[in-house]
Design a protein. Structure first.
Length: 410
């Protein structure tokens, strides 16, 4: 999750990403590898901060993984090896992205055929398709099973990746058990899922927010909240929402929580050091800092009245960061009910900056504590009612998580 400054960084980087992300590579270039690692070291030593995490240990972690890093021959292999070292900090939002991944994050588009899959005995079960991407346009639907990729048994989703403009042949088994070959051409498509609203019944509205990132549409969301004013019940679907920007989180919060109701505190280096200086002792008690500081995460002023009906929030294991803050805040302050499965537990403020040559580093700058003194990082949000998501996302199909939320609100 990022602070306001990340929006500026992203907007400035988008234009450069189209050039840098596609053309740079570490293949057979040890000097470039070292340049990236030097930048990562410099950023972590000067800027990364999480209370209780010693970022000065980075050289030791790097040394332990150096054989794998040196042996990496591709961008993806290099990214994976470096991230094994970064993971040793035990802090979320500490990740190196190769140019290909960074490009997806910065532009909202990616190259491929546009399907999500899950391994099964027969191959790869298609759980979701992206509208207007090659797979959906070709006729592949959720519930199909990819049994072969270019004539070889389908075992991993990576086998379906490849450069823009190249063809791939998928052998697909349908629900009828009939098999069919599809020849698809990989191309760039938008991976952005717009916010959606629908009415479950005359008294219950559902708003789906898929991201709080730069694709979040404030005007669209405001329009939905204006329409939802007439409902008695509101379901806020944050499943698969990995988070985004604080400003967008505060925007939605403003329609759901009164201005005088803070939901938590971000504890950055300045607040932490000020507390230690004022109390003349170090501390690992973040709740004490939350009680001491006057800084609070508050809603942004809304353009329509704060919603007055009952609220349920849907989360899953992919709900992270801003989604977790919003879900827990609505429960703490407004008594909202949370339905689904436990969230990711990845709740740190972070920045996303270029390390070098199209590689981007995400690093944490603040921790977060709820208004009730709970640190969500590593803990996540546990729903009031546990309900497992459907494995296959078919438009119009029954959704047990939504159904349970409706029954709770009624």
């Amino acid at each position: 999750m990022s602070c306001r400054r990340i929006l500026v960084l992203i907007l400035l980087a988008i234009a450069a990403a189209f050039q840098a992300a596609s053309g740079q590579t570490i293949d057979n270039n040890p000097a470039l590898k070292q340049e990236i690692l030097d930048q990562v070291t410099d950023i972590l030593s000067k800027s990364a901060f999480v209370p209780g995490v010693d970022f000065d240990r980075w050289p030791d972690f790097l040394k332990a993984e150096r054989p794998q890093i040196d042996a990496a021959n591709t961008d993806d292999e290099f990214q994976k090896a470096v991230n094994i070292a970064l993971k040793k900090f035990g802090a979320s939002h500490t990740v190196l992205n190769a140019p290909r991944i960074a490009d997806v994050r910065l532009t909202g588009s990616m190259v491929g055929i546009g399907i999500n899959t899950h391994p099964v005995a027969d191959g790869l079960l298609v759980t979701r398709t992206v509208d207007d991407a090659p797979a959906a346009r070709g006729g592949i639907v959720p519930g199909d099973i990819v049994v072969k990729v270019d004539g070889k048994p389908a075992k991993t989703a990576e086998a379906m990746s490849g450069p823009d403009g190249t063809d791939i042949t998928l052998t697909v088994k349908h629900a009828s058990q009939a098999t069919e070959d599809y020849i698809l051409t990989r191309r760039k498509f938008s991976a952005v899922r717009q916010e959606q609203m629908r009415w479950i019944d005359k008294k219950t509205a559902l708003i789906e927010i898929s991201s709080f990132g730069f694709t979040y549409d404030k005007e669209r969301v405001a329009g939905f909240m204006r329409e939802a004013q007439t409902s008695e019940n509101l379901i806020l679907d944050l499943r698969e929402n990995g988070g985004g920007e604080i400003g967008n989180l505060r925007h939605l919060l403003g329609y759901l929580v009164p201005m005088d109701k803070p939901v938590g505190v971000f504890i950055d280096r300045n607040i932490f050091d000020a507390y230690v200086a004022a109390n003349k002792k170090p501390t690992s008690d973040l709740f004490s800092i939350e009680r001491w500081t006057k800084a609070r995460l508050r809603p942004m002023p809304p353009t329509v009245p704060v919603y007055q009906g009952k609220v349920a929030v849907l989360i899953d294991a992919q709900s992270g960061s801003a989604s977790e803050i919003l879900a827990q805040g609505l429960r703490d302050v407004m008594g909202a009910k949370i339905v689904g499965t436990k969230s990711a537990g990845a709740v740190l403020v972070s920045l996303y900056v270029e390390a070098s040559s199209g590689f981007y580093l995400q690093y944490p700058t603040s921790d977060y504590v709820t208004i009730n003194g709970v640190r969500l990082e590593g803990l996540g949000v546990t729903p009031d009612v546990i309900v497992t998501d459907p494995a296959i996302h078919v438009p119009g199909a029954p959704d047990p998580v939504v159904d349970k939320a409706v029954s709770i609100l009624k």
